[in-house]
Design a protein around this ligand. Structure first.
Ligand code: GTP
Ligand code: MG
Length: 151
């Protein structure tokens, strides 16, 4: 089953939005298969956002991501990479729709509270960067038949 990497950034953690954000993924029907809280180093943040290193905001972005605890997670479910990004909303909260996480809970692009992988390759790379294979738990949830059906 498809997996994606989701991180609650330091602003989301500090603002007490962990449970609200987890709830949106959980209520949708996705399954949490790995989770940890850590303060990433700036070098680690630079690795995570390596594809943005030419952008003018790269340094500030990496300083911000390493400025406090980040809640790193792997979520599993059909279409979770693409639909997870829909739940998150547009990069700039000024443009995110109401009903999305950023639309409902954030105001500016520099403090948009959550990260989600943007495609299958990125998801694989980011899961490998943030987690060891043993950190990921494979299990069947009791509600799976009710989410996906069984025929
Ligand atoms: P992530 O899930 O965090 O990767 O966001 P995203 O995929 O929606 O956007 P992208 O990967 O292009 O940018 C990564 C992060 O850089 C964003 O979440 C923003 O915090 C920040 N960012 C993106 N564009 C801008 C910008 O134009 N200005 C500033 N200051 N920050 C930006
Ligand atoms: Mg991105």
């Amino acid at each position: 089953m498809e997996r994606t990497f989701i991180a609650i950034k330091p602003d989301g953690v500090q603002r007490g939005l962990i449970s609200e954000i987890i709830s949106r993924f959980e209520c949708k029907g996705y399954k949490l298969v790995a989770i940890k809280i850590l303060v990433p180093s700036k070098e680690f943040a630079q690795k995570h956002y390596h594809n943005l290193k030419e952008r003018p905001f790269f340094n500030g972005l990496c300083e911000f991501l390493s400025s406090g605890p980040v809640m790193a997670m792997v979520w599993e479910g059909e279409g979770v990479i693409k639909y997870g990004r829909k739940l998150i909303g547009a990069t700039d909260p000024q443009k995110s729709e109401p009903g999305t996480i950023r639309g409902d809970l954030a105001v500016v692009v520099e403090r948009n509270i959550i990260h989600g992988s943007d495609g299958p390759e990125t998801a694989k790379d980011e899961i490998n960067l943030w987690f060891k294979p043993d950190d990921l738990v494979s299990y069947t949830s009791n509600s799976e038949n009710w989410i996906y059906g069984n025929n």
